[in-house]
Design a binder for this molecule. Structure first.
Ligand code: ADP
Ligand code: MG
Length: 321
């Protein structure tokens, strides 16, 4: 069995007299695509809200990566590697797809004035000597020296004339070879961070198949692409566990299948875990590793999807609800 990334123990949450969650316990294994189903009003969204810190549970415990995460604020959980998306995507509509990802990056040093001015290279003095150890510039130096030597060995008349010019040329090429690494060395932290963030965003867009629309404003996207951008934003936080509330609701079947197969890619390439609320079993069933079923605030069944959907209690819950 894979390690448990999320453990929910006896969690309860009531709204007045209504017990939306009535003692929910479940374990989610790492690197799995897990789906939670259940009739309308069975408490699925409430459970996501409690796990992601939007609601505090009345009782019970939530462990995320073996750490107590019960009742922590959403931003704390986000920092720990737990991110979510919403049933209705909440994007920055006028920003482009890429910008939507960039603004989601956490711990941006640009947010702190002094941190942003810190020089990257000063983190390590090794970097300062890098140009001298770099093989490409090393070869340039050796070649330059060899040329100087050849000139010196030439006739005395040529020697004095070209001598100085060659030395200048040599030091010029030496300077050019070492300039670039030193420019990097003196790059302010914010700039290096921007570059890394942009590279990360580009990778995520590629994994989600959004590279082609990177510079489109979010309001021009299709419903399915909006959902993917929301997932992309969650990924910018380096999340380990993603909670998705109805990622394919209102999305056409072709795109819905694409979204789910992208999730499998993310699971395999980035080692992510997904905890998904979704009622479109026609699409989801073939992609998920494990399934939980809720009814009236309780988990009534769990296991492999193919077996769970045959469970009598599950069929009853759906027909009855
Ligand atoms: P699901 O997502 O499974 O359809 P929900 O978790 O949204 O179900 O809702 C479970 C129950 O809790 C429903 O009866 C719903 O009306 C109620 N509920 C959810 N959120 C609130 C809230 N903020 N205030 C009052 N009742 C709520
Ligand atoms: Mg819901």
């Amino acid at each position: 069995m894979a390690p448990i990334i999320l453990s929910i123990r006896d969690v309860a949450k009531a709204f007045g007299n209504l017990r939306a969650l009535d003692g929910v316990s479940l374990d989610v294994e790492e690197r799995k695509v897990v789906i939670l189903i259940g009739p309308n009003g069975s408490g699925k969204t409430t459970l996501i809200n409690v796990i992601s810190g939007l609601y505090k549970p009345d009782s019970g415990r939530i462990l995320f990566q073996k750490r107590d995460a019960t009742g922590l604020a959403p931003f704390k959980l986000y920092d720990m590697g737990l991110a979510r998306t919403f049933q209705i995507p909440a994007l920055f509509w006028k920003l482009t797809v890429l910008e939507n990802l960039l603004v989601a990056e956490k711990g941006n040093p640009g947010e702190s004035f002094f941190k942003s001015l810190k020089i990257v290279g000063l983190r390590s003095w090794n970097d300062f000597f890098r140009p001298w150890r770099d093989t490409a510039s090393g070869w340039k130096m050796i070649r330059g020296l060899a040329r100087v030597k050849v000139r010196i060995q030439g006739s005395p008349a040529r020697r004095t004339k070209i001598h100085v010019k060659d030395y200048i040329k040599f030091f010029w090429s030496l300077g050019k070879a070492t300039l670039k690494p030193w420019k990097d060395f003196f790059t302010p932290a914010w700039q290096e961070n921007e570059m890394q963030t942009a590279a990360k965003a580009a990778r995520i867009l590629r994994l989600l198949g959004l590279s082609r629309v990177w510079d489109q404003p979010a309001y021009l996207l299709s419903g399915g692409q909006m959902k993917l951008v929301e997932i992309g934003r969650a990924l910018m936080s380096d999340a380990k566990l993603l909670l998705l509330d109805e990622p394919v609701s209102g999305v056409n079947p072709t795109l819905a299948h694409e979204i789910f197969s992208r999730l499998l890619t993310l699971r395999d390439e980035l080692g992510l875990t997904f905890f998904i609320v979704e009622h479109r079993l026609d699409v989801a069933l073939q992609y998920v590793d494990q399934m939980f079923v809720m009814a009236l605030g309780k988990v009534i069944a769990s296991g492999l999807p193919k077996e769970v959907v045959k469970d009598k209690r599950v069929i009853e819950a759906y027909l009855g609800g």
